[in-house]
Write a protein of this length. Structure first.
Length: 448
């Protein structure tokens, strides 16, 4: 690019012009004084009077005054034109200065822009480019970019021909992802925009803007890999958690349940001989039976929380019906309904326990926070063993947007479970009209 033409400072230009005007005025004064001296020396006034005396009838003797007035008017006219010229000159100087400033700013923005910019001819030859586009194309500098054809750097020749055709018809080209090959052979991914221009001075046909997103693409791939790894770890963690819960439930059932039954049976055996034992022993035996029954109920509740027995023995549909029935029994003031459509057989362990946990957690949250009067649960599987859709809606107080954004560990855990199967969990709140939780799980997530 050519260097900038820096104008003289405006104050210096004005001073020079003022000095020139003063010099010209001095010449006028000196010439006028010299004319007066010559007229006095040669008595030109008297000589002119003698010559014009015969022409008195034509008033020729008044001609000097007329010429004097004409001279004064010409001086006034010249002064007016000089002021007008000075104003025009001032405006031109300011316009030139503004043009130079704008050109300097344009060159600065063009050259220092982090995005690649280039002016290209109709065939794609770069006429002007900034350092950013030279760097993106793997060229040593702007001079190396000038004269190179932009379409030669396209990785796909068909795409290059398509863009060339669009630009030849005056169309704008916007590309969300364009593959280029740099001069060193490395692959470059950019976002590009091409605008048709009419530049008679440079012969440019279009202006191209490119932004390098290769590093962003790499970061996205790394982020996607990390997310996939985190989901795999989360899935393994959830599997291990469910396995540990199943083991604890089995231990509670096999060990603690049998011990409690044995204690209760011994207490019943003692209580069968009221005539042979003291009254305090009989009362203690009765207390043992009551406490063992209460402890067994607590243990059974823990087993149900750890691992629903109905899920293993009856299947998902019956387990959900049992869960809603028990919840309705504990919350008699809430109208709870469950509807199931489609075949739920063969979904697999992960899908079954995920759907069960989503319903279980949502019912728990409704009982604690919603203050709802009605709850609607609907589980549907598309025909031909398609995707699953679970909807849980209540008419409670809803969730405030701030609380919804922050979320709790319960909702975060449910979302993690659903996304681990490739699904999606949505929480829709319309204060004060309740909350609807939607969980969709693809069919592939239900494979055993």
């Amino acid at each position: 690019m050519t260097g900038l033409l820096l104008p003289m400072p405006r104050t210096a230009t004005v001073s020079a012009r003022n000095r020139e005007v003063s010099r010209d005025l001095l010449v006028v004064v000196l010439a006028t004084g010299l004319t007066f001296v010559i007229c006095v020396a040669f008595e030109l006034r008297e000589w002119l009077t003698e010559i014009t005396r015969p022409l008195e009838q034509y008033q020729i003797d008044e001609l000097p005054f007329t010429l004097g007035a004409l001279a004064l008017l010409l001086a006034w006219f010249s002064w007016r034109r000089w002021r007008q010229a000075a104003q025009e000159l001032h405006l031109r100087v300011e316009a030139q200065q503004a043009l130079m400033d704008n050109e300097a700013r344009y060159r600065l923005l063009f050259m220092e822009n982090l995005a690649g910019n280039a002016l290209c001819a109709a065939d794609g030859t770069m006429l002007l480019g900034n350092p950013a586009i030279a760097h993106i194309l793997g060229l040593p500098g702007t001079q190396a970019a000038t004269g190179r054809n932009l379409f030669d750097f396209y990785a796909d020749r068909a795409v290059a021909d398509e863009h060339r055709a669009l630009l030849s018809h005056g169309s704008k080209v916007d590309v969300a992802l364009l593959d280029l090959v740099a001069a060193d052979g490395s692959a470059v991914k950019v976002i590009a925009r091409m605008l048709v221009r009419d530049e008679p001075t440079t012969g440019a046909a279009f202006h191209v803007y490119v932004a390098d997103i290769s590093e962003l693409q790499l970061m996205q791939r790394e982020l996607a890999d990390a997310l996939a790894e985190n989901r795999l770890l989360s899935q393994k963690y959830l599997l291990a958690q469910e396995e540990e819960r199943r083991h604890l439930a089995r231990e509670l059932h096999d060990e603690m349940g049998q011990c409690l039954n044995a204690i209760k049976l011994d207490a019943v055996a003692i209580h069968r001989h009221p005539s042979e034992l003291p009254r305090d022993v009989l009362e203690s035996a009765q207390s043992i039976m009551e406490v063992s029954t209460r402890v067994y109920d607590v243990a059974r509740g823990l087993m149900e929380r750890l691992r629903p027995v109905a899920l293993d023995e009856l299947g998902l549909a019956d387990a959900l019906r049992h869960l809603s029935t028990e919840w309705r029994r504990r919350n008699p003031g809430v109208d709870c309904s469950l509807s199931i459509e489609g075949d739920l057989e063969g979904l697999g362990e992960q899908t079954n326990i995920t759907l069960y946990r989503v319903v279980q957690e949502c019912l728990t949250n409704i009982a604690r926070h919603a203050r709802a009067s009605a709850v609607r649960l609907h589980l549907e599987r598309a025909v031909d063993h398609g995707d699953l859709m679970l909807r849980i809606a209540d008419d409670g107080v809803g969730i405030e947007p701030v609380r919804k954004k922050r979320g709790g560990l319960g909702l975060a855990g449910l979302r993690e479970r659903v996304e681990a199967l490739g699904g999606r969990l949505e929480v829709i709140s319309c204060v004060p009209h309740g909350v609807e939780v939607r969980a969709s799980i693809p069919a592939v997530g239900g494979r055993p």
